[in-house]
Design a protein around this ligand. Structure first.
Ligand code: GLU
Ligand code: ZN
Length: 295
């Protein structure tokens, strides 16, 4: 059984780049007779834009991208994240850290954490949660996977740098929450932007130590690869409105290497999506976008 998902953070409105990720994951799921689920990653209230979750939902419906089952909200799942942290603490793969960003920078000349509190546990003061983060002990493991679009991937242990599981403000880190939720939702395939390649390495480590079901990852290129190349002229970074649904879907299919039939440009969204599911070929999604569509 194939179960895919789209998991936007309600920190802003959907833009054309989000449409590419939503559409690619939708088409891959539907062309495999799978389910496509929607999760609102509302994990970080200070960064959220009031009303964004509902506007995301409205826009997906306006583009004909209808999900299966109920919408999942990360803000309802805090107790599950807590359980996962306890599990990691029990197997000694989570450890507390009191280092400030400044201390880390002074020691390392960069922002990569140097595992100071793992190797100097006596420096840790646990009685002040507001000064403590919980980190995952990556054990310096490197991670390899075969990406469904980007091919063979390798991320080494130094780059992973014992990422944070729970922040000083007690908020849950994205990597932990997303791993727990994808497991609970039974997700088998993830297609998202390649700005998250590093997060995928972290997620794969968590999946492995928590004995979660494996997930096949694919990463589409993100539009910021085209920075400075007429992006603003096309307004591709501004919020999607439902005014040009068919044209936007057609352009998104073009970006995704699907070579849509020209006659579809003025078809209705359901016909465009129906054809797109029938013709979907993940192998023709480019690893980076060429700028000739924008010219
Ligand atoms: N919520 C994350 C974001 O919008 C993406 C989650 C994911 O696709 O794993 O950046
Ligand atoms: Zn530390």
């Amino acid at each position: 059984m194939y179960i895919g998902r789209f998991a936007p953070s309600p920190t802003g409105h959907l833009h054309f780049g989000s449409l590419l990720a939503a559409l690619a994951s939708y088409l891959d799921a539907k062309s495999n007779q799978g389910l496509w689920r929607l999760r609102i990653d509302d994990l970080d209230p200070p960064r959220e834009l009031p009303g964004a979750a509902n506007s995301i939902i409205d826009i997906l419906i306006a583009y004909g991208l209808e999900w299966d089952k109920e919408v999942v909200y990360q803000s309802h799942n805090h107790s599950d994240y807590h359980k996962a942290l306890l599990q990691l603490q029990q197997i000694q793969l989570a450890y507390p850290c009191n280092c400030s960003r400044k201390q880390i920078t002074l020691r390392t000349n960069n922002h990569l954490y140097d595992r100071h509190c793992l190797t100097n546990p006596t420096d840790i003061v646990l009685d002040n949660p507001a000064a403590t983060v919980w980190r995952f002990n990556t054990q310096n493991n490197s991670v390899n996977w075969q990406d469904g679009i980007q091919g063979e991937q390798h991320i080494n242990g130094e780059q992973l740098a014992d990422f944070i599981l729970q922040r000083k403000d007690q908020l849950w880190a994205y990597q932990l929450a997303v791993s727990v939720d994808d497991q609970q939702m039974g997700i088998t395939h993830i297609i998202r932007g390649n700005d998250l390649l590093g997060e995928t390495a972290n997620q794969l480590l968590l999946i492995s130590v928590l004995n979660y079901q494996s997930i096949e990852f694919s990463h589409i290129p993100i539009l910021s690869n085209l920075k400075g190349q007429k992006l603003s002229k096309q307004n591709l970074a501004s919020p999607l409105t439902a005014k040009t649904v068919s044209q936007d879907l057609f352009l998104a299919l073009t970006f995704l290497g699907q070579n849509p039939n020209k006659q579809l440009i003025n078809a209705n969204k359901h016909d465009i999506l129906h054809e797109a599911v029938l013709n979907w070929d993940r192998n023709t999604v480019p690893q980076i976008y060429s700028n000739h569509y924008l010219g």
